[in-house]
Write a protein that binds this ligand. Structure first.
Ligand code: ADP
Ligand code: MG
Length: 650
């Protein structure tokens, strides 16, 4: 014995509960039609046996092992239409539809298994002849219940209906004013799949709705068939649209539960058939193939919906019009009930087993029932809990967001503008400061080059003076006629800048141009100096008149100070000194603070330059005194002195 698809729990309870959670399985009820008169005449025995209220046992002819199937409810041939209506929990579906859910009830099974009978009762016995109330199917019973429910509500509820069939893969409007014509099936994000231009008829009474049903049934395609004298050759969908105007006046499902509008859809599928077995030809075969194709697509979608890994991926609902229009019922947000119908005949066993397997799988398909959002719509308990948690989280996040926004708005008001202005101002200041420093650096580099040139000249002069002084001493000490002055033997590049070294007659000749000089007033003196020092040479002023460039600053109030140095001058001088000693000066360093007047900064290398200037002055004095002594005393009487003894130490 084999059991398949057996949901736990009491079938009545599960059916009456409706949507239980995010994942709600399709409810499947099995109905076994009674043996027909023809089957009884043939002496056939039923191969299906109900075991309890939920299990069906299949006893294959020839003594094979029994096979058992479990469903939400199993109803044998002895059950009345009213039993079926109650067991299927259709009233609960109606209540859910009134609360806004999209509910679907569809019958499924082999041709002649009782699908149409279950939904609408036996076929009409004649034009305008109504179905006896005792034989009325699920649809009529639901209509009656619904009107009774709405009347007791005391609230305005708008009821509308549409009725269509899918015949040979064409959608036809069974309620159209003219002759039915094919209608397109469209899709959009809000509505999902829908039939364009489908007539939706508003009705206000049970009689009006019954007339609409009769109109549709009479228009529906059916043919005489070997298995069914009035075999439906199309899938038919009748939909009730339940629109509750005022949420406060909705019919309460439970205590204090106001429902909102929804849909209630009844689907009577055309039966599958084995064309070879039924011997269908011509239009019948074409219809059968079309029916089978759409049922195959439906089965394929159900198979894919059963696969938890593929359920989230693509489901080929677009493969047929039927699957398009059942998409929401099968895998969407609807609440779905399937009534699987089977024949007890042994001749139909293969089809019956196929239907049973199919239905077993279908009851494992789940949907996510969801009603249209309403501020007062009551959600199931767990959804309500989730919603409360989410609302709480939302409030918390909103609170945090408000706090952040307040902080941000506080800043953006005054502080942000100030900060932005300040930053921008600082940036501008830094740019200006950089530009100023760049210029200052360039000036300092020029000054440095100038000073280096001057230093070189001074060093040469000192060297030359020392050389000449030494030669003059030697000349004054030597006997006999005076030899030519050694200062003329070697070219002295800056001779014009130098004072006379001795009293010999050659001392008044310029060593460069050999012009006789009177008091060193050489007419090309400036030009010669420029040749030696360059155009910017500081030779325009006598050396004695020029202050030593790297001397420490004198005190601002001192009489000896040629001019009072400004702070920037001093900074420049300091930087220059550092450059000369190849010390790095940070360009962006702030200006030096004002130094105390008597505190001179220590200049690296400055002492050497100062020594050079001092040495030069000492040499001048030494030469002058030497000359004076030379004029007043014989040369041989003057004691020899080394330059090192005269010159100050470097
Ligand atoms: P289907 O729609 O599955 O092709 P039908 O609903 O048209 O089959 O039923 C086929 C025949 O069987 C009809 O004549 C119908 O009256 C009859 N029938 C089906 N189910 C029952 C039932 N439970 N009790 C009595 N007759 C039934
Ligand atoms: Mg039918």
């Amino acid at each position: 014995m084999e059991e398949r698809g057996s949901p736990d729990g009491d079938p009545a309870r599960s059916l009456e509960q409706g949507p239980e959670g995010p994942e709600t399985p399709i409810q499947v009820v099995l109905r076994v039609r009674p043996m027909s008169a023809a089957e009884l005449r043939r002496g056939e025995q039923s191969v299906l046996h109900c075991s309890g209220t939920r299990t069906l046992q299949v006893s294959p002819p020839g003594g094979g092992p029994d096979v058992a199937f479990r469903f939400a409810a199993v109803l044998d041939g002895a059950r009345t239409q009213e039993d079926v209506f109650r067991a299927c929990g259709v009233r609960r579906l109606g209540e859910l539809a009134l609360r806004g859910f999209s509910c679907t009830i569809f019958t499924f099974g082999q041709t002649g298994s009782g699908k149409t009978y279950t939904l609408t009762g036996p076929p009409p016995q004649g034009e305008g002849v109504p179905v006896p109330p005792s034989l009325a199917g699920i649809m009529q019973r639901t209509f009656s219940w619904l009107f009774d429910r709405v009347q007791h509500l005391g609230a305005p509820v708008t009821l509308r209906a549409s009725y269509l069939e899918i015949y040979n893969e064409q959608v036809r409007d069974l309620l159209s004013l003219g002759s039915p014509r094919p209608l397109p099936v469209r899709w959009n994000k809000t509505r999902g799949f829908y039939v364009e231009q489908l007539r939706v008829v508003e009705f206000g009474s049970l009689e009006a709705l019954m007339e609409l049903l009769q109109l549709g049934l009479s228009r529906r395609r059916s043919s005489a068939h070997t298995l069914n004298q009035a075999s439906s050759r199309s899938h038919a969908l009748l939909t009730l649209y339940i629109d509750c105007k005022t949420a406060q006046k909705m019919p309460p499902v439970g205590p204090g539960e106001p429902p909102v509008g929804g849909k209630l859809c009844f689907v009577d599928l055309a039966g599958s058939e084995k064309v070879a077995a039924t011997g269908s030809r011509g239009d019948l075969m074409l219809e059968a193939n079309s029916i089978n194709r759409s049922l195959l697509a439906l089965g394929h979608c159900i198979s894919l919906l059963l696969d938890p890994q593929r359920k989230q991926s693509h489901i080929p609902f677009r493969d047929s019009k039927l699957t398009k229009l059942l998409a929401d019922s099968l895998g969407g947000r609807g609440v779905t009930l399937m009534v699987a119908c089977v024949s007890p005949s042994a001749q139909c066993l293969p089809e019956t087993l196929s239907t049973l397997r199919y239905a077993s799988r279908a009851q494992r398909v789940t949907t996510r029932p969801q009603a249209p959002k309403s501020p007062v719509a009551k959600q199931p308990q767990h959804l309500e809990t989730d919603m409360l948690q989410l609302q709480e989280e939302n409030h918390r996040l909103q609170f945090q967001l408000d706090q952040m926004e307040r902080k941000a708005s506080g800043l953006s008001g005054t502080q942000m503008a100030w900060a932005q202005r300040n930053l921008y101002g600082m940036l501008q200041e830094f740019m200006l400061e950089n530009e100023r420093l760049r210029k200052e650096k360039s000036q300092l580099q020029s000054s440095r080059d100038l000073a280096q040139n001057e230093q070189r000249v001074l060093a040469q002069q000192v060297h030359e003076l020392e050389r000449r002084l030494s030669a003059c001493h030697h000349h004054q000490q030597g006997p006999g006629p005076a030899p030519p002055c050694p200062c003329l033997m070697a070219p002295a590049p800056s001779c014009h800048a130098l004072p006379p070294l001795c009293s010999c007659p050659w001392r008044h000749l310029c060593p460069l141009c050999r012009a006789p000089l009177a008091h060193w007033a050489c007419p090309w003196r400036e030009r010669h100096l420029q040749q030696v020092l360059g155009p910017e040479a500081p030779g325009s002023r006598p050396l004695s008149a020029r202050p030593p460039p790297w001397a420490p600053p004198c005190s601002p109030g001192s009489a000896k100070c040629p001019r009072e140095r400004s702070h920037s001058d001093w900074t420049q001088t300091r930087v220059l000194a550092e450059m000369l000693t190849e010390e790095e000066v940070v360009p962006s360093a702030p200006p030096l603070p004002a130094e105390a007047p008597n505190t001179s900064p220590v200049l690296k290398g400055g002492a050497g330059v100062q020594n050079l200037a001092q040495r030069l002055e000492a040499l001048r004095e030494q030469i002058g005194s030497s000359l004076r002594r030379g004029r007043s005393q014989p040369p041989h009487s003057e004691g020899a002195r080394s330059p090192g003894q005269v010159l100050p130490p470097c």
